[in-house]
Design a protein around this ligand. Structure first.
Ligand code: SF4
Length: 494
């Protein structure tokens, strides 16, 4: 590092955002360009720690102090090579990762952490501008055929790695466009879809084949796939949403799952025409979002752009503290997170239990009845949430968006046809010594289908590690895979 005292000279700084008034008029990216001098300053804040906890915080094991040093020297090519040695898609993580690396950054003990996520974005975007990112097809083909089911971040990462190892990869996607959650789950104001298409074009130019509208277990027999391919990677995500079916009035018209709402919105932005009868639109409505996570925040931002009359986000858990307790570092802290969508207008309430969904005279959702709750001892003497007396009220609501997470992958269809075992949580089971291999020899699994719903960075990590297992399985000579594991890349193993 040229300057090890940068953190004493510069505060953490992020690029300017477009004004709220301007950005709620469209779905384009919020941030303005960040001048190079500012990017270098932010990289200079890195202390090049002897034990870089950021490495361990990142599920990909990104070589963070190394690429920060390259940015400090304005060596964008080296920074790009270091960044992509562990991360196939920094243009995605640089925009939508919650950045567990930053929570683990040593500087975060008593200062704002290094802006690692932003630096990733700056490196990869400059690499594209400078022409460093070009298709790099493998020089050798093994002749082995691999099917990857699902084109979300786990599937794309597995496909990219296996293709680099020389295998012939076909990605099967049930939707009409590739990208999975990156395409239809993340709003354009967080990830414009040209960013995804740009990467897909590179993967295609490298030799990966994409088959769209290919729903394995529905319009393609899963066992045909097993017969035709030398290995299969299941990366279809965790798709069964958590329902609130214990709550009276569940199922009233006006109640939708967040992912159905976001998918429709993303399709509209992509230019698709939707049937009026099935359209979900927040324009002129009082919108309530149940669930305080990132998906809930994406619903808030989308509802504001559609012209909702009011937007309220409620959460059953307590309001988290504004800052973390020092003893939590370097673990992921439970702190209040305010997203750019919240800045655009939203009431946020915590410790709220939804008691009932209330209909209007036509049977449409009109309001929700809620109570405030707190942690305590109930009438049976057991610990748990207890209602606060006289806290009941009605919240006007004609559109309710349920963003309470996902339970598991769907079992019926592909998993059932292939006879794949699942665990008690409904996720795909794998062996203790073969963490990415299912009970069916040639069938492997990565991402949310294996570990449950998680972050995009975990999905990429899973795709990479799974690809390594598949490559070892396919090696005729049983020599070691050419794909490095996260531990090897970090120099942690021989
Ligand atoms: Fe730099 Fe933070 Fe990593 Fe230390 S922990 S090397 S300061 S990014």
């Amino acid at each position: 590092m040229k300057d090890l005292r940068g953190f004493m000279k510069y505060d953490r700084e992020m690029p300017a955002k477009r004004s709220v008034e301007e950005r709620v008029q469209d779905y384009r990216e919020l941030y303005r360009p960040f001048p190079e001098a500012k990017v270098v300053e932010q990289a200079t804040r890195c202390m090049d720690c002897g034990v870089p906890f950021c490495h361990a915080g990142c599920p990909l094991g990104n070589l963070i102090p190394d690429f920060n040093e390259a940015v400090q020297a304005k060596d964008w090519k080296l920074a790009y090579e270091l960044l992509t040695s562990t991360n196939n898609f920094p243009e995605f993580t640089g925009r939508i990762c919650p950045a567990p690396c930053e929570q683990a950054c040593v500087l975060g003990i008593n200062q704002s952490p290094v802006a690692i996520e932003q630096l990733e974005k700056e490196i990869i975007e400059r690499a594209f501008q400078h022409g460093y990112v070009v298709p790099n097809p493998p020089v050798f083909r093994s002749g082995k055929r691999v099917a990857v089911v699902g084109s979300g971040p786990a599937g794309l990462a597995a496909a990219a790695q296996l293709n680099q190892a020389g295998h012939l990869v076909t990605v099967f996607e049930r939707a009409d466009r590739a990208g999975g959650l990156l395409r239809y789950g993340i709003p354009d104001f967080k990830l414009e879809k040209w960013v995804l298409d740009r990467r897909l074009d590179i993967l295609k130019a490298e030799g990966i084949v994409f088959r769209l509208n290919a729903n394995i277990g529905v319009n393609i027999d899963a066992n045909e796939l097993v017969k035709e391919y030398d290995a299969i990677v299941l990366a279809g995500g965790s798709t069964v949403p958590r329902e609130l079916n214990q709550t009276k009035g569940w199922g009233l018209p006006g109640i939708y799952f967040a992912m159905d709402y976001l998918t429709q919105s993303n399709r509209r932005i992509a230019g698709d025409r939707l049937e009026h009868a099935s359209a979900i639109n927040a324009a002129g409505l009082d919108v309530v979002v149940i669930g305080g996570g990132d998906t809930g925040a994406d619903c808030v931002g989308t509802a504001n752009r559609q012209g909702a009359r009011s937007v309220t986000q409620i959460e059953i858990m307590d309001r988290p503290p504004n800052s973390r307790e020092p003893d939590i570092w370097p673990n992921w802290p439970m702190v209040l997170r305010t997203s750019t969508s919240h800045e655009e207008g939203c009431e946020r309430e915590w410790s709220i239990l939804t008691e009932e969904f209330l209909p209007d005279p036509h049977g449409q959702l009109r309001a929700i009845r809620t109570s405030e709750i707190k942690w305590g001892t109930n009438s049976l003497g057991k610990s748990g949430f207890v209602r606060i007396e006289n806290s009941e009220r009605e919240l006007p609501c004609q559109l309710l968006l349920v963003a309470t997470g996902f339970v598991s992958p769907k079992y019926e269809g592909m998993l059932q046809q292939m006879g794949i075992d699942v665990n008690e949580r409904g996720n795909v089971s794998t062996g203790a010594d073969t963490p990415y291999q299912t009970n069916s020899d040639k069938v492997f699994v990565a991402g949310d289908m294996r570990r449950g719903a998680s972050l995009v960075v975990w999905a990429i990590s899973e795709g990479r590690e799974c690809a390594r297992s598949v490559d070892e399985f396919l090696k005729v000579d049983k020599k070691e895979s050419t794909l490095a594991t996260k531990g090897e890349l970090a120099g942690l193993t021989s």
